[in-house]
Design a protein around this ligand. Structure first.
Ligand SMILES: [Zn+2]
Length: 477
């Protein structure tokens, strides 16, 4: 199940952004892939080649993922990619990176591109490659997937979503890796093919394989942080499994790259894709041990780990409904953090709740949560989602359970369909004895008008949850 995978970029505690993940494919499961990409390592370190085999004649093939380099309005591919096949050009058409034939005809069916892995971050998409230190790198397979388009003009008319293009006959693209240096953590080294998006490692770095997960941590990461993460992440997964039952993501992999001691910062970024948690960590503030920043890293990993249940077992459906799983993952992570560090955990939770109040308010003053993606306010999913989750937790506790039983019931009821819609979430809150007035306020905030300080205050009051609004957040009139 790939629909609804959450993409997260998080800087410091709480400030986060999510974007819908364009994983929807034409005709998944069709026998012949629409294209194959085969990646090989080259004798020179850091140089790779990808051979594209296209199944159809078309003048334009677009990359399914065409996010821009973060902080720029440019594509990242031209920086390290060189097309070796004569007559073929890598270009940008509207919102999409594309290959075209220079003579305006159909592309050749076989195209070879040489590339250096791009380790910069993208806007609202996965990092193309992660530097893991000592010459090892993790390459994201899905950036090599393509589909045909009938003309340049047709691509020019597209928004970011390419699904309006005419359908094609082929099945899901397949990305293969060939070379002794490649491994994907489970398949045998050097030779494997993927239909699902995944990071694939190339290099000598050795994973630490435990019963709950395998970890690959950049050797340069500050030792205290690596030690904490290796020790605690299995505890977090165990904490969830005891309460929610097993996830179905196999043995998860945790990949962490250290982007260096950038002065004056402490930043964590990352996401979950399939059975992998990937993280980028940087900043000089993280060089010395800090319990507060340690709690922040714990929260981040615990949030991502929760997506093996909320996200992978069941997703949230429409892009505007991501508050249910994002807020749910945040609250589960806080509860795991309180169990692991009973001293710092509760203080950290109080700070996160207060931050959630602010980011929720910001997201709902201009409209309902359902329209937050169009308004560029993805972070309100986390804030409002956490407040709504506290509301659900309160009702679940009064019914003799907790926030985990709230979700395990939802997962059981919807495991087959694979989606818990926002409306199903609110209806479940009512079904376990939640306040009808609080449910009405949540519907207004999520679907109808949005809200303000008074709406949020009323919601929490009806739900019996104490307000985390700080003194400076009081209304001016
Ligand atoms: Zn998330």
């Amino acid at each position: 199940m790939t629909r609804g995978l959450a993409f997260v970029a998080m800087l410091m505690a709480g400030a986060a952004a999510a974007a819908p993940n364009p994983t929807e494919r034409a005709k998944p499961g069709s026998p012949e892939p629409v294209m194959r990409a085969e990646i090989r390592d080259m004798p020179q370190a850091g140089i790779y080649r990808v051979g594209m085999t296209l199944s159809e004649d078309a003048p334009v093939w677009i990359f399914l993922r065409s996010g821009l380099a973060r902080g720029s309005d440019a594509s990242w591919r031209p920086e390290g990619w060189t097309v070796l096949t004569p007559g073929v050009e890598l270009t940008r058409i509207g919102h999409h990176d594309a290959l075209i034939a220079k003579d305006g005809g159909d592309l050749p069916r076989n195209i070879v591109i040489q590339f250096r892995p791009y380790t910069g971050l993208l806007e609202a998409d996965y990092q193309p490659a992660m530097d893991l230190g000592d010459g090892s790198v993790a390459i994201f397979s899905d950036h090599f997937t393509m589909r045909p388009a009938p003309s340049i003009a047709a691509v020019q008319q597209l928004g970011q979503d390419w699904t309006p293009l005419p359908d094609y006959e082929g099945g899901h693209p397949v990305v293969s890796f060939r070379g002794d240096g490649f491994f994907d953590g489970s398949d045998y080294p050097g030779r494997f093919s993927l239909e699902e998006a995944s990071y694939v490692i190339h290099g000598d770095i050795v994973p630490t394989v435990g019963p709950y997960m395998s970890t690959i941590i950049d050797a340069e990461l500050p030792t205290w942080l690596g030690t904490q993460i290796e020790a605690e992440t299995p505890q977090v997964l165990d904490f969830y499994a005891e309460r929610l039952g097993p996830h179905e993501s196999g043995t998860p992999e945790l990949l962490i790259s250290w982007n260096g001691p950038t002065p004056g910062t402490s930043s964590l970024g990352g996401s979950v894709i399939g059975d992998q948690i990937v993280m980028q960590i940087e900043g000089d503030m993280l060089v010395e041990e800090s319990r507060g920043l340690g709690a922040n890293a714990r929260q981040f990993i615990a949030h991502e780990s929760a997506h093996f249940w909320l996200g992978n077992l069941v997703d949230y459906g429409r892009p505007g409904d991501a508050w249910s799983t994002e807020g749910g993952a945040d609250l589960m992570a806080l509860r795991a953090g309180e169990a692991i560090d009973p001293e710092v955990g509760p203080r950290f939770a109080a700070a996160v709740k207060q931050q959630a109040w602010g980011s929720c308010l910001q997201g709902i003053e201009g409209g309902p949560l359902a329209t937050a993606p169009e308004r560029g306010l993805h972070s309100s999913f986390y804030g409002c989602g956490l407040l709504f989750s506290l509301v659900a937790e309160k009702a679940a506790q009064e019914a003799g359970g907790d926030f985990f039983t709230f979700w395990s019931d939802l997962i059981e009821a919807n495991r087959e369909g694979g989606t818990v819609s926002a409306e199903e979430w609110i209806a479940h809150y009512e079904a376990i004895g939640g306040s009808a007035a609080a449910a009405a306020f949540m519907r207004t905030i999520a679907f109808d008008r949005g809200g303000d300080f008074n709406t949020l205050s009323a919601l929490l009051a009806y739900a019996g949850v104490s307000s985390p609004a700080g003194p400076r957040a009081a209304p001016s009139s």
